[in-house]
Design a binder for this molecule. Structure first.
Ligand code: NAD
Length: 479
């Protein structure tokens, strides 16, 4: 549950306060900040669907925070906690993320109040398709203007239903596949989208650990391997993050927190086994290979090296921020640390890698998917065999010149042309590295900035301000 009882402000107000703080640090005109903070448009939709139990009326939103670049891009959330305030807050975060990751999109977000687990598959399909029709007929689902993606409670399955609905409405649109991202690969999706956020978190941590001065700030020792990690959420973001960190970086995932509690093992959990149990039973209770406690949210206060909230917003709030015992918080979820908690944690010297940087992997690979859909061709199709041919020629030349044969395993690796997944991962890694270096640079350039969140917000608002300035919407004061 989103916990606002300890907070004096809503999610959206908290995001706005973060912009205000960055505005001050950047010396930006407060009038410009007002333009940046404003959510351009938000539509509430109510629509009926006939279900087993009779007619039910659903409420959903689509919010466009910024349309300075189009399409406006945002995840579509299915949850009982969805509200207009939340949708607007998440749409603003999308604008800032796109700016930080250098993605040419505006920021948007959709949400539907629903508990998907309460419906049969065919009912869920009908509800999703109806919501898609409502959006499409108002031009809020369109490859050129508004492009949703998966978020909490939705996945490639819902995106396939949405794409199919759009296709039946607009069969003549040659770019119909690009109306939504995060589709299954067989339906115009791109390899590497499903696990993009988790991979992105891994790349972000790899980059962070490349900088000894940053590690020193967090009081962390060298190397990701062996770091003790606590993760909240075992959905798309949490699972892939846990999987890649445990399997490829050899971190110890000492605790996983879900709705019904927490499982922990100080020597590291087997993420695959926990996920299998979760998939089979819908919870963590009853997992035999680790200790279990129903006190999930208390486990956020466990001592660890890296805490990764990857479930939902406002999990670290004014009520528990004093008790958090970690060196580094890595925000896989959107808005997991409230504004007030952020203030407390910064005072306590806890280092945070903010959501608007850490989870940009999703929108980054969505951008690749959208571009691929518009080009109507998979990435690398033209180059792959050409690269292979060149690799073979280089090797032959090397062998002729040295008179020695290159070992077979090395030969295969050198000669192999990049697959589409290789290219996606390379683009994602590049984005995560470049964005972190920009954040570092912003902190070095401006002595008013002391934390990554403010630095990330400064980058985002400066880019948005520049864009609005170029359109003649705001004045940028002389330096
Ligand atoms: P998901 O629905 O796949 O998973 C969310 C998980 O959190 C579920 O397993 C759910 O049971 C768990 N959860 C819900 N309430 C909880 C609680 N109180 N305590 C512990 N666990 C709880 O959603 P997701 O796609 O993994 O999204 C997670 C977060 O990451 C959200 O904040 C989302 O906005 C953000 N995000 C997602 C994407 C994406 O592409 N999916 C991209 C960027 C950011």
């Amino acid at each position: 549950m989103t916990d606002h009882k300890h907070e004096s402000m809503s999610f959206r107000e908290g995001v706005d306060r973060m912009v205000d703080r960055a505005t001050l640090a950047a010396g930006l005109d407060p009038g410009t900040a007002k333009v940046i903070k404003a959510c351009d448009a938000v539509l509430q939709i109510k629509f009926p669907v006939r279900l087993r139990a009779g007619i039910e009326v659903f409420t959903g939103w689509w919010a466009v925070h910024s349309a300075h670049r189009l399409p406006a891009k945002g995840g579509l959330r299915f949850s009982l906690q969805v509200s207009q305030d939340e949708t607007e807050a998440l749409s603003a975060l999308m604008s800032y993320k796109c700016a930080i990751a250098d993605i040419p999109f505006g920021g948007a977000k959709g949400g539907l109040i629903i508990d998907p687990s309460k419906y049969h598959l065919d009912e869920l399909a009908e509800i999703t398709r109806r919501f898609a029709r409502e959006l499409a007929r108002r031009d809020l689902l369109n490859p050129a203007t508004n492009v949703p993606a998966p978020d909490m409670g939705t996945s490639s399955r819902e995106m396939a239903w949405i794409a199919d609905t759009y296709k039946t409405l607009f069969p003549e649109d040659v770019n119909q596949d690009a109306c939504v991202t995060g589709k299954p690969v067989s339906r115009g999706g791109i390899p590497g989208r499903t696990d993009a956020v988790g991979k992105g978190v891994q790349f972000a941590l790899q980059e962070f650990f490349r900088h000894p001065d940053e590690l020193e700030k967090a009081g962390l020792s060298d190397g990701l391997s062996g770091q003790r990690v606590v993760i909240q959420g075992l959905g798309n973001v949490g699972y892939h993050t846990a999987k890649y960190l445990a399997e490829e970086e050899k971190v110890k995932v000492i605790a996983i927190i879900e709705r019904d509690g927490v499982v922990f093992n100080k020597d590291g959990l087997n993420v695959h086994d926990v996920r299998q149990h979760f998939a089979e039973t819908g919870g963590l209770k009853g997992f035999q290979k680790a200790e279990y406690s129903p006190q999930g949210s208390e486990a956020l206060e466990m001592e660890c090296d890296i805490l990764i909230p990857a479930a939902l917003e406002s999990q670290i709030h004014a009520g528990n921020a004093m008790n958090i015992q970690t060196s580094l918080i890595v925000e896989g979820a959107n808005g997991p640390v409230t504004y007030e908690a952020d203030e407390i944690l910064r005072r306590r010297g806890v280092v945070m890698l903010p959501d608007i940087y850490v989870n940009v992997g999703g929108v980054t690979v969505s951008y690749f998917e959208w571009a691929r859909n518009l080009s109507h061709m998979r990435f690398g199709r033209l180059q792959r065999r050409y690269e292979e041919l060149r690799g073979t020629s280089y090797l032959s030349a090397l062998e002729n010149m040295t008179g020695r044969e290159v070992p077979r395993t090395l030969r295969t690796e050198i000669v192999r042309g990049a697959s589409e997944l290789d290219l996606v991962r390379s683009g994602l890694d590049d984005t995560m590295r470049a964005a972190f270096l920009d954040i570092r640079e912003a902190m070095k350039r401006n002595e008013n900035i002391h934390d990554y969140r403010t630095a990330a917000y400064v980058i985002a608002i400066q880019k948005l301000a520049q864009s609005y300035y170029d359109m003649g919407l705001v004045e940028i004061p002389e330096e």
